[in-house]
Design a binder for this molecule. Structure first.
Ligand code: IYR
Length: 227
């Protein structure tokens, strides 16, 4: 229990989780793994509509992520408007064309070959929603004084992980898209200077015919070391 002095000023509540059997936690962990292992990044989207409530729920889920000093340094912008999607596609493709033609190294282009990506991003107009995640590098306190956020990159990365899991869990697909540089998005969406674009995530159903590369995931012994 925290110090009495702390509790006087900052209320605490009791927290507990039921103790489940080993069998039950093995079953739960295995079935969540199986579900998550079915997640794939998708580039061929359907334009089928998705209820707004689903998007609200997945963003609420993302916003349950832990963050440095509980500052929750994120903003999720949801784009449904076809005109705004079009503006984003045009600006993103302009940057991507430049990247693919001159900014990316030949090693990088080689590494991307299996994914079949290029500068064209039609999914930015086809997917029913684009969620653009911004990291809030600071806040405006009283009298406009800048207030620091902490571990912003880590916190927003965690929130994006929760977001992708929630999208997959809802039965939808996503793509973690990083047009680079991304400052065109701040301009189009007229975001304040304390927010920087972090990730652009189209969300929807996969196209009726959708193909993804036949990739393998690393085995446990390649990613984990038990001491
Ligand atoms: N941002 C570019 C290039 C790209 C880079 C990586 I690393 C990828 O995993 C996929 C794409 C694009 O979106 O095409």
């Amino acid at each position: 229990m925290p110090d009495k002095k702390i509790i006087e000023e900052h209320p605490y509540i009791r927290y507990s989780k039921p103790i489940l059997s080993d069998e039950e936690i093995i079953k739960r962990s295995a079935s969540f793994y199986e579900s998550m292992d079915g997640r794939r990044s998708v580039r061929e989207f359907s334009d089928a509509p998705v209820p707004r409530e689903v998007i609200e729920n997945i963003i609420k889920t993302a916003s349950t992520a832990p963050s440095g000093a509980h500052k929750q340094p994120w903003t999720f912008c949801v784009i449904e408007n076809p005109e705004v999607k079009k503006q984003i596609r045009i600006a993103a493709e302009e940057e991507e064309l430049e990247s693919y033609e001159s900014r990316m190294s030949s090693e990088w282009l080689d590494d991307l070959k299996p994914l079949g990506t290029d500068w064209q991003k039609p999914f930015l107009e086809i997917a029913p929603y684009l969620i653009i995640v911004f990291r809030r590098i600071y806040e405006f306190g009283p009298e406009g004084k800048k207030k620091n956020n902490y571990y912003v990159q880590e916190s927003v990365g965690l929130a994006c992980g929760f977001l992708l899991a929630a999208i997959h869990n809802a039965g939808l697909v996503s793509l973690t898209h990083t047009p680079s540089p991304m400052n065109f998005i701040s301009k189009i969406l007229n975001r304040p200077e304390n927010e920087k674009p972090f990730l652009l995530i189209p969300v929807g159903y996969p196209a009726a015919e959708c193909w993804v590369p036949d990739i393998n995931r690393k085995e446990l012994d390649e990613v984990a070391i038990f001491y």
